[in-house]
Design a protein around this ligand. Structure first.
Ligand SMILES: [Zn+2]
Length: 200
C-alpha cells in the first residue's frame, strides 16, 4: 500500500465506528470520486477547529468570531432565558432541538457522574451551571440526562446541588428507554418525554 494511502487510512480509522478496512475503503473510494470532494473535505477539516468551538455560555457547538463563541440557541432572542435544559452532551441537545419543542436554552455538562469510571461531582461544571442560573434569573431547570444509572445519579446530584437556588427542577419523563441514548430517540418520543417531565 502506498504510504499516503496508509497515512490517510490510519487517520480515518481513528474516527468512531471506522475500522481499518472501512478507512481503507474510504481512501480508495475518494480516489475515484469527484476530486472536488477531497479538496472540499480537506479544506473544511483544516479550518474546523479554528472556526468552531464550544459556546461560551452553554457548551453547544458555536462559530468562533473574534475569539468569542455564541451558539444559535444562545443568540436567539426569542428563547425563554428563564427555562434551562441541562444535558450531558451536545448530541442530546441536538436531539431535543430536532423535536422542536424546547423554548428555553441549554447547559451542556460534558459528562455524567460515574463513580465506576471515577467521575465525581467535582468533575462536573456545577459552579458554571449555578452562575448561569443566577445570572440569567432561571426559574425552571429541566434535567435531560439519559435514562441510565449515570444519568439518574447526575439528576439526583443536580437536584441536591441546585436546591438552595430556589428553582423548580424537573426531570424528563421516561419514554426514552432505560439505558437508551437520547440521540436516537425519535422526535415524538422526545416531545412526550419533555412534555411529561416531572418535579425532581
Ligand atoms: Zn450557547
Amino acid at each position: 500500500m502506498s504510504p499516503k494511502v496508509h497515512r490517510l487510512a490510519k487517520l480515518l480509522s481513528r474516527l468512531p465506528g471506522v475500522g481499518d478496512k472501512t478507512a481503507q475503503r474510504y481512501v480508495l473510494w475518494l480516489l475515484t470520486a469527484d476530486p472536488a470532494l477531497s479538496r472540499d473535505l480537506g479544506a473544511e477539516l483544516a479550518s474546523l477547529r479554528d472556526e468552531l468551538g464550544p459556546c461560551d455560555r452553554c457548551g453547544n457547538v458555536a462559530e468562533i468570531e473574534g475569539g468569542r463563541a455564541l451558539c444559535d440557541v444562545c443568540s436567539d432572542g426569542k428563547r425563554d432565558g428563564k427555562l434551562l435544559c441541562v444535558v450531558a452532551r451536545v448530541h442530546d441537545l441536538m436531539a431535543i432541538e430536532r423535536a422542536g419543542v424546547m423554548r428555553g436554552r441549554y447547559f451542556v455538562l460534558g459528562k455524567l457522574l460515574s463513580p465506576l469510571e471515577g467521575v465525581g461531582p467535582e468533575d462536573l461544571p456545577l459552579d458554571r451551571l449555578e452562575a448561569r442560573i443566577r445570572d440569567d434569573g432561571v426559574t425552571e431547570v429541566i434535567v435531560a440526562t439519559p435514562p441510565s444509572v449515570d444519568g439518574e445519579a447526575t439528576a439526583l446530584l443536580l437536584k441536591r446541588e441546585l436546591a438552595a437556588l430556589g428553582v423548580a427542577i424537573s426531570r424528563i419523563a421516561s419514554g426514552v428507554p432505560h439505558g437508551g441514548d437520547l440521540e436516537f430517540a425519535d422526535p415524538i418520543t422526545m416531545s412526550r418525554a419533555l412534555a411529561g417531565r416531572q418535579r425532581l
